[in-house]
Design a binder for this molecule. Sequence first.
Ligand code: ADP
Ligand code: MG
Length: 291
Amino acid sequence: MTAPAIRLAHLRKTFRGRRALDDVNLNVMPGEMVALIGASGSGKSTLLRHVSGLVAADRGESRVEVFGRLVQNRGVISADIRKVRADISFVFQQFNLVDRLPVITNVLTGMLHRLPAWRSLLRRFTPDDIACGVKALTRVGIVECACQRASTLSGGQQQRAAISRALVQQARIILADEPIASLDPESSRRIMELLAEINRESSVTVVVSLHQVEYAMRYCARTVALRAGVVVYDGPSSQLNAQLLRELYGAQSDELLSSDSRDTGAAPTRPIDVQPAYASARVNAWVEAHI
Ligand code: ADP
Ligand code: MG
């Protein structure tokens, strides 16, 4: 039987006497795209951080596995965690790029974990590495920005760069923690389309936490809803409706179903009109000059 991509069993986490996660049991199968919804403070980020072993759960029955490999058990992080983490890519609300570095360098940091130590330390990238970064930037539609400093990009472009970094990492799981919370509706749609496309075409398992429910409904077949650290819904996103959300979230449901949900028009797909060969030459020139 196939091991789940993510397996959470009896996950509990208490911060200073307050339960942030309360007996969470969840299996995500390889190739699924799952939305994690819930109001602020419901435990979405805490759950995602437990999956990658950034946070240790309470002692007790808590157990986390990724592709059958142990991440943590009974509040103890696995000694093998670095290997497991190579399979997991994080995408954050605030993008987490190094502002002063060019976009391509930010993207290439995604492969540092699999380079020999000396190359990793010197940030020495081979032409093949650079080609891989250029390919990832082409795929997300911002290869023309490869040599710009990350700080000069718009929010939507920065999130695309962060997703390119995840592609370069070749992780089998992407955990995206409110990746569209800082973006306008148009950029939000593009980022969600991109995540869905990567999920579909590269069989990457995606868990994406979202504040706004309409994006879960539109892009993810399955939704898991958290309230005060408890899973209160786990099922088809198509069955989420205003009534259910009100039952789940009470007065907070209006905040979760934003006005943007009335706009169901699909975003036009933007053609990629840059020449990868040209971008590659520019990137190589930049790398020769700077590394
Ligand atoms: P969400 O991502 O859904 O907004 P979080 O996972 O950030 O929710 O937080 C869940 C709960 O855990 C909140 O009550 C939050 O205050 C608490 N919490 C999260 N991280 C910490 C921490 N490092 N220290 C103390 N409390 C925390
Ligand atoms: Mg959060």
